[in-house]
Design a protein around this ligand. Structure first.
Ligand code: F6P
Length: 362
């Protein structure tokens, strides 16, 4: 059996641990299986760049960040567009899948990767997905590998900013990754003791943020910690189309700098913006993610053994299971507005800048 494997989209901690877990399962449980590593995500499948991996290639990579296979972003919307020869990237991937003699393809990636995986599956390839992303936004799984390592890193950033904010009496805004969803910001914000958490799912009112900053200062707390997601937006912006929103922001792709300036003027405090950026995606996976990645890799091996193609690994409750690619592709797992962590955060006085208060029900 010839198994192709690729990692696609942004890298994240745990990719190598999944590859290793999958390979170990395959070598131990599936006789005569051969694993073909496809270079740089779907890019390698499009160009046919691939090579057979030896068992030794999977050694010593459990705790190593990044991906031994390389990765690239290949936008889903371009997959079916034809070039001047009338060939699409999808055509080329199908051709190379056959040329490489693959019996199946394992794809490690986020939402975009899953859309392409579903497309390949619809087009006659046997595909099994494994959900990766620090954003934790893949539909149908409680958690994606890489997310918790990023929470650890983002929380440490908030912890470190806390001491500087307190020493200088400043309002510090920490911009956390997540352009569509706020999972990482919410978890790190709560774990890092942020005073204000701003996420895309709950558009904020700038004056409400200013009010919270002032209120804390009136109470004698000279500093404020604001955890703000890349994709956070004001209520006004939330009524705009994405393109108009980005145009209105000018050179800035996020609202963070503009909000910092607004707070500085209205609350008369000193503000600073900190953007940890790709630090949140790099480096070693945490022990939790090494464990989850190994579990997910093994489960993908089991799906191969059982011939369950057109699926992707998922975690539901405490159980590792699978979803059909077609059922999850193109959907985004946003934070529900009444999610219990939002409730917990509100109940301890964290503001989401949306004017909503914690209502005790009982
Ligand atoms: O999807 C993961 C993610 O890290 C997002 O949180 C972030 O907005 C984006 O990727 C950044 O992408 P790139 O590495 O291509 O700049």
């Amino acid at each position: 059996m010839k198994i192709g494997i690729l990692t696609s989209g942004g890298d994240c901690p745990g990719l190598n641990a999944v590859i290793r877990g999958f390979a170990k399962y395959v070598y131990n449980q599936i006789p005569k299986a051969e694993i073909i590593g496809i270079s740089d995500g779907y890019g390698g499948l499009i160009s046919g760049e691939a090579h057979t991996l030896k068992e030794s290639d999977f050694s010593g990579i459990l705790n190593v960040g990044g991906t031994i296979l390389g990765t690239s972003r290949q936008p889903f919307k371009l997959m079916t567009q034809e070039d001047q020869n009338g060939q699409s990237k999808l055509d080329m991937m199908k051709k190379n899948y056959k040329k490489l003699g693959l019996d199946l393809l394992v794809t490690l990636g986020g939402a975009g990767t899953h859309k392409t995986a579903a497309l390949l599956s619809q087009n006659g390839c046997n595909v099994i997905g494994i959900p990766k992303t620090i954003d934790n936004d893949i539909w149908g799984t409680d958690v994606t590998f890489g997310f918790h390592t990023a929470v650890d890193i983002a929380t440490e950033c908030i912890d470190r900013i806390h001491t500087t904010a307190a020493s200088h009496g400043r309002t510090m805004l920490i911009e956390i990754m997540g352009n569509k969803v706020g999972w990482l910001t919410l978890y790190a914000g709560v774990a890092g003791g942020a005073d204000i958490v701003l996420i895309p799912e709950l558009p904020f009112e700038p004056d409400e943020v200013v009010k919270t900053v002032k209120k804390r200062i009136d109470k004698g707390k000279a500093f404020n910690i604001i955890a703000i997601a890349e994709g956070a937006m004001t209520k006004h912006e939330s009524k705009m189309k994405k393109q108009d929103r980005l145009e209105a922001r000018g050179n800035d792709t996020t609202i963070t700098n503009a909000l910092a300036k607004y707070i500085e003027e209205k609350a008369e405090v000193e503000t600073r913006v900190v953007v940890p950026g790709h630090l949140q995606r790099g480096g070693n996976p945490s022990p939790y993610d090494r464990f989850l990645s190994t579990e997910m890799g093994c489960f993908a091996g089991k799906l191969v053994e059982e011939g369950k193609f057109g699926t992707t690994v998922s975690v539901q409750g405490n159980k590792i299971t699978s979803n059909y690619l077609m059922d999850i592709a193109g959907k985004t797992k946003y934070i529900p507005k009444d999610h219990q962590i939002i409730e917990v955060a509100r109940s301890i006085g964290i503001s989401f800048g949306d004017g909503e208060k914690y209502e005790k029900i009982v």
